[in-house]
Design a protein around this ligand. Structure first.
Ligand code: UTP
Ligand code: MN
Length: 528
């Protein structure tokens, strides 16, 4: 009887166990033997890591390395999984069934050892940011946040030297994000060329005092606050923000709508600022992307709609929704956006926006764009605007798609009559009685969200995908690297070999990296 019970228990536990053996640091032959051994004992093996895996077996000695490779951001995500040493596997094979996981089997987090490494081993840091993995969650926020305040301040001042100053702070911040440990000692950074004198002083001060006085002064500077506020408005850049401050405007209430007559973005941006400032969640972005996908599919079967920008890099929230559309048949995408916008308008999902025609011509590949603070403008056909996201998107209801398909009783449409004449057929569709401010104040069941819809011909698509995935600093670095190291011109439209005078095509994102002689980086590692 006892024997039978034991058998049942073993069989049950085998059914409930799904192993994933991390291939890293294990010889191929040995890995195959391990898998065969497990199969013989009836233990299930998963070829890939997923949330249904119950036991992760690894040769690594530090949990931090395991989490990084599995792309797990926090320990909480693996709370239902055992991360175990090979020893546990061997015992289980010997026992003929998975043995209970005990403390000696677990791979532990070893922080002191890592800091030891920091002190004793010179980190090998590739020169270019695009050669490094830069995750969204990292160990050095204590330094990167203040450095990025300094970057923002220089960017907003926008005077001579400020661009290179801003870039220097960003380079320092970016390299700190790629370090697999928390910096505790300034001397460990002495050979990192991306950390210049100024940044180094900032880091040292934070290490010694817990804060940096220069950063504190900026954070408490009223000019900085006003500049940040004004330049966060849709359609307002640092130069407009400066003009407003010079007029004596201090806050949103001071803005005189009459002065903004000729810019529709600013008029709507000011009216809806409060709402546009709250973050877009991943759920909302996914729901909207799905609606666009379904509508686009009806117009052009086989169309691809990718959610790019920060969301593609794994950010849980964003300031807008960036959707990149393409179709494998080059040319078939022409006309798609106009029809799509009409459909979205019929579904009452559009508040206001501007449809820009493509300005692409082959010479764009090689034209010498100046790399500027605001990044590079591309030449794709696109629509930049503000959409109306029904509140149900935000709550993430499962039946949203059907709800949207039912034509709703009209909500009040905003007026663009006060703005400059719409340049596109589409914008004329959005016009009724109320002013943007009245629309904002009206009782409504939607929230305003910034949306970018970009159309790329398929032969440019993978370069567009890299460009629109970002982030901005990753792109900037990638483009500078291409120019300096490869003598090639990289844009969102393609790669141009300046030595051979030819464009280099790519039929996948991996190929874009191959063409650039770089190790492929997952979007989640492009958070520079
Ligand atoms: P965003 O400004 O939307 O940034 O541009 P983001 O990284 O998604 O950040 P949040 O989360 O919305 O705040 C997305 C990417 O598209 C590129 C940017 O460089 C960035 O990498 N981009 C943006 C272009 O290539 N061209 C543009 O005209 C605008
Ligand atoms: Mn975005």
């Amino acid at each position: 009887m006892a024997v039978n019970d034991n058998k049942i228990q073993n069989n049950l536990s085998k059914q409930n166990v799904l192993l994933y053996i991390m291939p890293q640091k294990i010889q191929k032959r040995r890995l195959e033997d391990m898998k065969t051994g497990a199969k013989k004992k009836g233990i299930q093996i998963s070829q890939n890591y997923s949330s249904s895996v119950t036991h992760v077996v690894s040769e690594f000695t530090n949990l931090e390395q395991v989490l990084r490779i599995l792309e797990v951001k926090t320990e909480a995500e693996i709370k239902d999984q055992h991360i175990v040493k090979i020893a546990w596997f061997i015992e289980s094979i010997k026992a003929g069934h998975p043995v209970p996981v005990e403390i000696q089997h677990k791979i532990q987090l070893i922080m002191p050892k890592i800091q030891e490494e920091e002190k004793n081993v010179e980190p090998v840091i590739p020169e270019w940011a695009c050669q490094r993995a830069t995750p969204f969650k990292h160990f050095n926020e204590q330094f990167t946040e203040p450095l990025e305040i300094l970057e923002k301040y220089a960017e907003l001042r926008d005077q001579e030297q400020d661009y290179s100053r801003a870039l220097a702070f960003r380079r320092a911040s970016c390299v700190l994000k790629s370090l697999p440990y928390k910096v505790t000692n300034i001397s460990s950074l002495k050979n990192i060329k991306d950390i210049g004198g100024h940044s180094s002083r900032v880091i040292k001060e934070i290490l010694e005092d817990g804060y940096c006085q220069e950063v504190e002064d900026i954070v408490n500077d009223p000019w900085f606050h006003k500049m940040k506020l004004f330049s966060s408005i849709f359609g307002v850049g640092p130069s407009t923000a400066k003009k407003w401050i010079e007029k004596g405007w201090n806050n949103l209430q001071d803005i005189n709508i009459e002065d903004l007559r000729n810019d529709w973005r600013v008029i709507w941006g000011v009216a809806f600022h409060e709402e546009l400032m709250d973050s877009v969640s991943r759920t909302e972005a996914d729901v909207f992307a799905q609606i666009v996908r379904e509508e686009a599919e009806k117009i052009l079967p086989g169309v691809s709609v990718v959610l790019t920008g920060g969301f593609r890099r794994g950010k849980p929230i964003g300031h807008d929704v960036d959707l990149l559309l393409t179709h494998p048949d080059v040319g078939s995408e022409i006309g798609l956006l106009a029809t799509l916008l009409q459909r979205l308008e019929e579904k009452e999902l559009i508040l206001c926006g501007n449809h820009e025609r493509s300005s692409f011509s082959p010479e764009v590949y090689q034209r010498d764009f100046k790399l500027s603070m605001r990044g590079q403008l591309d030449h794709f056909e696109k629509w930049l605007g503000i959409c109306k996201f029904p509140k149900t998107f935000i709550e993430g209801c499962s039946d949203i798609l059907t709800q949207i398909n039912v034509t709703k009783k009209s909500v009040i449409k905003g007026s663009l009559d006060d703005c400059d004449e719409p340049k596109t057929k589409f914008r004329k569709l959005s016009s009724k009685a109320l002013s943007p401010v009245d629309v904002f104040k009206s009782k409504r069941d939607w929230k305003a969200r910034r949306v970018d819809l970009i159309i790329s011909p398929f032969d440019q698509h993978y370069y567009a995908l890299v460009g629109w995935t970002g982030n901005k600093h990753f792109n900037r670095d990638l483009r500078l690297y291409s120019q300096r190291v490869l003598n090639m011109k990289l844009t969102s439209h393609g790669l141009y070999d300046l030595s051979k005078n030819v464009t280099v095509p790519a039929s996948s994102e991996k190929e874009v990296f191959e063409n650039l002689n770089l190790t492929f980086r997952e979007p989640s590692d492009r958070n520079c």
